[in-house]
Design a binder for this molecule. Structure first.
Ligand code: TYD
Length: 209
Protein backbone atom coordinates (compact mmCIF):
# COMPACT_ATOMS: atom_id res chain seq x y z
CA UNK A 1 0.00 0.00 0.00
CA UNK A 2 1.30 3.44 -0.95
CA UNK A 3 1.57 6.45 1.31
CA UNK A 4 -1.33 8.82 1.04
CA UNK A 5 -4.06 6.33 0.14
CA UNK A 6 -7.65 7.51 0.00
CA UNK A 7 -10.08 4.87 1.30
CA UNK A 8 -13.85 5.26 1.49
CA UNK A 9 -16.57 3.20 3.18
CA UNK A 10 -20.11 2.98 1.87
CA UNK A 11 -23.34 1.08 2.42
CA UNK A 12 -26.95 1.45 3.44
CA UNK A 13 -27.78 2.91 6.84
CA UNK A 14 -26.84 0.46 9.61
CA UNK A 15 -24.46 -1.65 7.48
CA UNK A 16 -21.70 -1.60 10.13
CA UNK A 17 -19.33 0.99 8.63
CA UNK A 18 -18.30 2.57 11.92
CA UNK A 19 -17.03 -0.70 13.38
CA UNK A 20 -15.05 -1.56 10.24
CA UNK A 21 -13.60 1.93 9.92
CA UNK A 22 -12.38 1.79 13.52
CA UNK A 23 -10.83 -1.66 12.96
CA UNK A 24 -9.03 -0.63 9.76
CA UNK A 25 -7.80 2.59 11.34
CA UNK A 26 -6.37 0.68 14.30
CA UNK A 27 -4.62 -1.76 11.98
CA UNK A 28 -3.12 0.96 9.77
CA UNK A 29 -1.94 3.02 12.74
CA UNK A 30 -0.34 -0.06 14.29
CA UNK A 31 1.50 -0.65 11.02
CA UNK A 32 2.97 2.85 11.17
CA UNK A 33 0.61 4.90 8.95
CA UNK A 34 -0.68 8.33 9.84
CA UNK A 35 -4.43 8.14 9.42
CA UNK A 36 -7.07 10.85 9.19
CA UNK A 37 -10.67 9.77 9.62
CA UNK A 38 -13.53 11.95 8.37
CA UNK A 39 -17.24 11.60 7.77
CA UNK A 40 -19.69 12.87 5.21
CA UNK A 41 -21.72 14.97 5.23
CA UNK A 42 -19.71 17.00 7.73
CA UNK A 43 -16.10 17.02 8.86
CA UNK A 44 -15.63 20.80 8.50
CA UNK A 45 -17.36 23.77 10.15
CA UNK A 46 -19.26 24.52 6.95
CA UNK A 47 -19.96 20.83 6.32
CA UNK A 48 -21.38 20.20 9.82
CA UNK A 49 -23.82 23.09 9.31
CA UNK A 50 -24.89 21.59 5.99
CA UNK A 51 -25.24 18.20 7.73
CA UNK A 52 -27.70 19.68 10.23
CA UNK A 53 -29.85 21.03 7.39
CA UNK A 54 -29.73 17.73 5.51
CA UNK A 55 -30.56 15.43 8.41
CA UNK A 56 -33.12 17.52 10.29
CA UNK A 57 -36.60 16.08 9.99
CA UNK A 58 -37.91 19.67 10.08
CA UNK A 59 -36.67 20.05 6.51
CA UNK A 60 -39.07 17.61 4.90
CA UNK A 61 -39.94 20.14 2.19
CA UNK A 62 -36.40 19.97 0.75
CA UNK A 63 -36.45 19.27 -2.99
CA UNK A 64 -34.35 16.39 -4.38
CA UNK A 65 -32.15 18.87 -6.29
CA UNK A 66 -31.56 21.00 -3.18
CA UNK A 67 -30.66 17.82 -1.28
CA UNK A 68 -28.23 16.71 -3.98
CA UNK A 69 -26.49 20.07 -4.14
CA UNK A 70 -26.16 20.32 -0.37
CA UNK A 71 -24.51 16.91 -0.10
CA UNK A 72 -22.16 17.89 -2.90
CA UNK A 73 -21.46 21.31 -1.34
CA UNK A 74 -20.36 19.65 1.90
CA UNK A 75 -18.13 17.35 -0.16
CA UNK A 76 -16.49 20.22 -2.07
CA UNK A 77 -15.58 21.82 1.26
CA UNK A 78 -14.11 18.75 2.95
CA UNK A 79 -12.19 17.75 -0.17
CA UNK A 80 -10.31 21.06 -0.39
CA UNK A 81 -10.05 21.80 3.31
CA UNK A 82 -9.14 18.37 4.70
CA UNK A 83 -8.74 15.49 2.25
CA UNK A 84 -6.42 16.94 -0.39
CA UNK A 85 -4.00 18.54 2.11
CA UNK A 86 -3.82 15.29 4.12
CA UNK A 87 -3.15 13.17 1.02
CA UNK A 88 -0.46 15.52 -0.18
CA UNK A 89 1.26 15.19 3.22
CA UNK A 90 1.31 11.42 2.69
CA UNK A 91 -1.43 10.66 5.22
CA UNK A 92 -3.96 7.89 4.72
CA UNK A 93 -7.51 9.25 4.61
CA UNK A 94 -10.46 7.08 5.58
CA UNK A 95 -13.78 8.66 4.71
CA UNK A 96 -17.10 7.45 6.15
CA UNK A 97 -19.14 7.94 2.94
CA UNK A 98 -18.02 9.91 -0.11
CA UNK A 99 -19.43 10.45 -3.57
CA UNK A 100 -20.73 6.92 -4.12
CA UNK A 101 -23.34 7.74 -1.44
CA UNK A 102 -24.63 10.46 -3.74
CA UNK A 103 -24.58 8.02 -6.67
CA UNK A 104 -26.63 5.45 -4.72
CA UNK A 105 -28.96 7.69 -2.66
CA UNK A 106 -29.62 10.70 -4.91
CA UNK A 107 -28.61 9.41 -8.36
CA UNK A 108 -30.21 5.97 -8.16
CA UNK A 109 -32.66 5.73 -5.24
CA UNK A 110 -34.02 9.29 -5.66
CA UNK A 111 -33.94 8.80 -9.43
CA UNK A 112 -31.94 11.92 -10.26
CA UNK A 113 -29.66 10.09 -12.69
CA UNK A 114 -26.37 8.42 -11.83
CA UNK A 115 -24.38 9.92 -14.74
CA UNK A 116 -25.51 13.44 -13.91
CA UNK A 117 -24.68 12.91 -10.24
CA UNK A 118 -21.20 11.59 -11.02
CA UNK A 119 -20.50 14.64 -13.22
CA UNK A 120 -21.47 16.98 -10.38
CA UNK A 121 -19.50 14.88 -7.89
CA UNK A 122 -16.33 15.05 -9.95
CA UNK A 123 -16.74 18.80 -10.42
CA UNK A 124 -16.99 19.16 -6.63
CA UNK A 125 -13.86 17.12 -5.92
CA UNK A 126 -11.84 18.54 -8.81
CA UNK A 127 -11.54 15.00 -10.18
CA UNK A 128 -10.30 13.41 -6.94
CA UNK A 129 -11.49 9.79 -6.60
CA UNK A 130 -10.89 7.23 -3.85
CA UNK A 131 -8.15 4.63 -4.38
CA UNK A 132 -10.47 1.98 -3.01
CA UNK A 133 -14.07 1.92 -1.82
CA UNK A 134 -15.65 -0.71 0.41
CA UNK A 135 -19.40 -1.18 0.10
CA UNK A 136 -20.57 -3.14 3.14
CA UNK A 137 -23.43 -5.14 1.68
CA UNK A 138 -26.22 -6.28 3.98
CA UNK A 139 -29.98 -6.75 3.67
CA UNK A 140 -32.05 -3.70 4.58
CA UNK A 141 -33.96 -5.82 7.12
CA UNK A 142 -30.79 -6.78 8.99
CA UNK A 143 -29.47 -3.21 8.82
CA UNK A 144 -32.76 -1.96 10.22
CA UNK A 145 -32.43 -4.31 13.22
CA UNK A 146 -28.87 -3.05 13.87
CA UNK A 147 -30.00 0.56 13.73
CA UNK A 148 -32.86 -0.12 16.13
CA UNK A 149 -30.33 -1.41 18.67
CA UNK A 150 -27.84 1.42 17.96
CA UNK A 151 -30.20 4.40 17.82
CA UNK A 152 -33.12 3.17 19.95
CA UNK A 153 -35.63 3.81 17.14
CA UNK A 154 -34.51 7.42 16.48
CA UNK A 155 -34.28 8.12 12.75
CA UNK A 156 -32.87 11.06 10.81
CA UNK A 157 -34.54 12.52 7.69
CA UNK A 158 -32.79 10.08 5.32
CA UNK A 159 -33.34 6.97 7.49
CA UNK A 160 -37.04 7.84 7.81
CA UNK A 161 -37.43 7.10 4.07
CA UNK A 162 -37.95 3.43 4.99
CA UNK A 163 -37.00 -0.07 3.86
CA UNK A 164 -38.06 0.25 0.23
CA UNK A 165 -35.73 3.25 -0.17
CA UNK A 166 -32.87 1.31 1.47
CA UNK A 167 -33.48 -1.55 -1.00
CA UNK A 168 -33.01 0.88 -3.87
CA UNK A 169 -29.88 2.35 -2.30
CA UNK A 170 -28.45 -1.15 -2.05
CA UNK A 171 -29.17 -1.73 -5.76
CA UNK A 172 -27.54 1.62 -6.51
CA UNK A 173 -24.33 0.51 -4.82
CA UNK A 174 -24.29 -2.76 -6.78
CA UNK A 175 -24.71 -0.78 -10.00
CA UNK A 176 -21.86 1.54 -9.01
CA UNK A 177 -19.61 -1.46 -8.31
CA UNK A 178 -20.27 -2.73 -11.83
CA UNK A 179 -19.18 0.62 -13.28
CA UNK A 180 -16.17 1.39 -11.12
CA UNK A 181 -13.59 -1.35 -10.43
CA UNK A 182 -12.24 0.55 -7.38
CA UNK A 183 -15.50 -0.39 -5.57
CA UNK A 184 -15.34 -3.69 -3.66
CA UNK A 185 -18.62 -5.14 -2.44
CA UNK A 186 -18.02 -6.88 0.88
CA UNK A 187 -20.49 -9.34 2.39
CA UNK A 188 -21.23 -7.64 5.70
CA UNK A 189 -23.31 -10.44 7.20
CA UNK A 190 -20.26 -12.17 8.76
CA UNK A 191 -18.56 -11.42 12.08
CA UNK A 192 -16.69 -8.10 12.45
CA UNK A 193 -13.36 -9.98 12.48
CA UNK A 194 -14.15 -11.87 9.25
CA UNK A 195 -15.17 -8.68 7.46
CA UNK A 196 -12.15 -6.75 8.79
CA UNK A 197 -9.75 -9.36 7.50
CA UNK A 198 -11.15 -9.15 3.94
CA UNK A 199 -10.90 -5.35 4.08
CA UNK A 200 -7.33 -5.44 5.41
CA UNK A 201 -6.17 -7.77 2.64
CA UNK A 202 -7.68 -5.60 -0.09
CA UNK A 203 -6.27 -2.43 1.49
CA UNK A 204 -2.76 -3.82 1.53
CA UNK A 205 -3.04 -4.46 -2.22
CA UNK A 206 -3.79 -0.81 -3.09
CA UNK A 207 -1.39 0.41 -5.74
CA UNK A 208 -0.12 -3.09 -6.58
CA UNK A 209 -2.12 -3.61 -9.76
P1 TYD B 1 -25.19 9.45 8.88
O1 TYD B 1 -25.79 9.61 10.24
O2 TYD B 1 -23.81 9.92 8.65
O3 TYD B 1 -25.43 7.96 8.42
P2 TYD B 1 -24.52 6.71 8.54
O4 TYD B 1 -24.18 6.55 10.00
O5 TYD B 1 -25.40 5.62 7.99
O6 TYD B 1 -23.35 6.99 7.64
O7 TYD B 1 -26.20 10.14 7.87
C1 TYD B 1 -25.92 10.37 6.56
C2 TYD B 1 -27.17 10.09 5.78
O8 TYD B 1 -27.11 10.83 4.56
C3 TYD B 1 -27.30 8.63 5.39
O9 TYD B 1 -28.68 8.27 5.42
C4 TYD B 1 -26.83 8.61 3.96
C5 TYD B 1 -27.20 9.96 3.44
N1 TYD B 1 -26.34 10.49 2.35
C6 TYD B 1 -26.90 10.74 1.11
O10 TYD B 1 -28.11 10.54 0.90
N2 TYD B 1 -26.09 11.26 0.12
C7 TYD B 1 -24.77 11.53 0.33
O11 TYD B 1 -24.07 12.00 -0.60
C8 TYD B 1 -24.20 11.26 1.63
C9 TYD B 1 -22.76 11.54 1.91
C10 TYD B 1 -25.02 10.74 2.61
Amino acid sequence: MNKGAFITFEGIDGCGKSTQIAMLEEYLVSSGKTVIKVREPGGTVVGEKIREILLSKKNDSMTPMAELLLFVAARAQITEEVIKPALSEGKTVICDRFFDSTFAYQGYARGMGTDKVMDINLAATGGLEPDITFVLDISPEKAFERRAVRDGGQQDRMEALGLEFQRKVREGYILASQKYPRIKVIDASGTPDEIASVIRDLTMKIGEA
